[in-house]
Design a protein around this ligand. Structure first.
Ligand code: ASP
Ligand code: MG
Length: 418
């Protein structure tokens, strides 16, 4: 017997028919002898609808009231689930975030879970009953309703699983698991059996949208097994767990691309202490998150000049250009250049730690297609290149092929060919 937290995403409960399928699936898991807690998202499209509704009233809705509004999407889901399961003969109760003991800070719209005390859920489980909990929401110290940010139901599920000492947190979604790359871009994309927390964190922050980042972090801290699987397919999906030897055998495990960043370069900036800090403080004050940063001494001139490049989310590009344009004189920069016609291609793999040559092979592969690399950044388990946007999908396909990600680890030649 296991204690399982099953989270179902919005597309998995989008209609009453799907809700019934999901209820049957949860009941089946319970009838196999497990203790089952269900966490639900709002039905597909509902959160967006509520956000739009608020903005139709005022362009800047009050954050407290906005949370009161958007949290209702999940309230609808859990009530419908409970009714559905009851109609199937099951004894079950629905719980909102606060009833399930989810306490958060008061950062409305992006609240962090401070603690989970699911005593009432534990009581239901002890009675042999199903419990269904609204994801995405909690309560702050003032007793106000908060929401956790988009995709936050994943975090509710993981937090409850940790607090209840669950054996596994299952994230039921509309894809079969975590893939080596986006199957819409590359036909040979393969579902991975396992992936480490760190690899998943890199993939999530690089744009793989299957799991919300905070939920993976929370799972990692508590070493909770997370199983990402298809809500309407019984086959196993992908397990997110601690790194093991099999993962280290292959240097590259996934390729991602994102086209929602833009590059900004300040040309011939005066090279003295504090300049980089000044540039980035202008940007960060506007809550703009910088990703890649490159600074290089200019070979020309008096040697006291440097070019400073970095990337920002496309949404913030115009604003960042404007803000920096205003301080060019102060920075003693010659000019500012911007380019939003870029894509970031990344390779991720825990095995990179122990294997040399991955970067060289990546660059060789791109060069063979005539793809120029504009920026490069690395972490222990990731290499990212900025290239021209039009080559993004081609780059994904050739890299997927070059590193033989179509074959399972162990069968793809591992590191020999690098
Ligand atoms: N309903 C929320 C959203 O659409 C939370 C979630 O689905 O995880 O972002
Ligand atoms: Mg989601």
């Amino acid at each position: 017997m296991a204690l399982i937290v099953q989270k179902y995403g919005g597309s998995s409960v989008a209609t009453p028919e799907l809700m019934k399928k999901v209820a049957k699936r949860a009941i089946a898991a319970k009838n196999e002898g497990n203790k089952v807690v269900v966490v639900l998202s709002a039905m597909k499209g509902e959160t967006d609808k509520l956000l739009k509704l608020a903005r139709s009233v005022t362009p800047e809705p009050n954050p407290r009231e906005l949370d009161t509004l958007v949290s209702t999407g999940e309230q609808v889901s859990v009530a419908l689930f409970a009714m559905t399961a009851q109609s199937l003969g099951e004894t079950v109760k629905s719980f909102l975030g606060f009833q399930a003991g989810i306490s958060t800070d008061d950062n409305h719209g992006k609240a962090r879970i401070l603690s989970a005390d699911p005593a009432r859920i534990a009581t239901e489980l002890a009675k042999g009953r199903l419990a269904v909990v609204a994801g995405f929401q909690g309560i702050d110290k003032h007793g106000d309703i908060t929401t956790l940010g988009r995709g936050g139901s994943d975090t509710t599920a993981v937090a409850l699983a940790v607090a209840l000492g669950a054996d596994v947190c299952e994230i039921h979604t509309d894809v079969d698991g975590i893939f080596t790359t986006d199957p819409n871009v590359c036909r040979d994309a393969r579902k991975m059996e396992k992936i480490s927390y760190e690899e998943m964190l890199e993939l999530s922050s690089l744009g793989a949208k299957v799991m919300e980042i905070r939920s993976v972090e929370l799972g990692m801290v508590h070493n909770l097994k997370i199983h990402v699987r298809n809500a309407h397919n019984p086959s196993p999906g992908t397990i997110i767990c601690q790194e093991d030897e099999s993962m280290e055998k292959t240097p590259v495990r996934g390729v991602t691309h994102s086209t929602d960043e833009a590059r900004i370069t300040l040309v011939n900036v005066r090279d003295r202490p504090g300049v980089a800090a000044r540039i980035l403080s202008v940007v960060s004050k506007a809550e703009i998150v910088v990703d890649m940063i490159i600074q290089n001494k200019s070979a020309e001139g008096d040697g006291n000049r440097t070019d400073f490049s970095f990337t920002v989310p496309s949404n913030d590009y115009d604003k960042a250009m404007e803000l920096l344009g205003n301080v060019l004189n102060e920075l003693e920069a010659e000019k500012i250049l911007g380019d939003d016609n870029i894509a970031k291609i990344s390779l991720v793999g825990a095995g990179m730690r122990n294997h040399a040559g991955v970067a060289a092979k990546m660059f060789r592969t791109l060069a063979a297609e005539g793809i120029n690399i504009n920026m490069i950044s690395t972490s222990e388990i990731k290499i990212s290149c900025v290239i021209e946007k039009k080559y993004a999908e081609l780059a994904v396909r050739v890299l997927h092929e070059a590193f033989r990600l179509d074959l399972p680890p162990g069968e793809n030649g591992g590191t020999e060919d690098i």
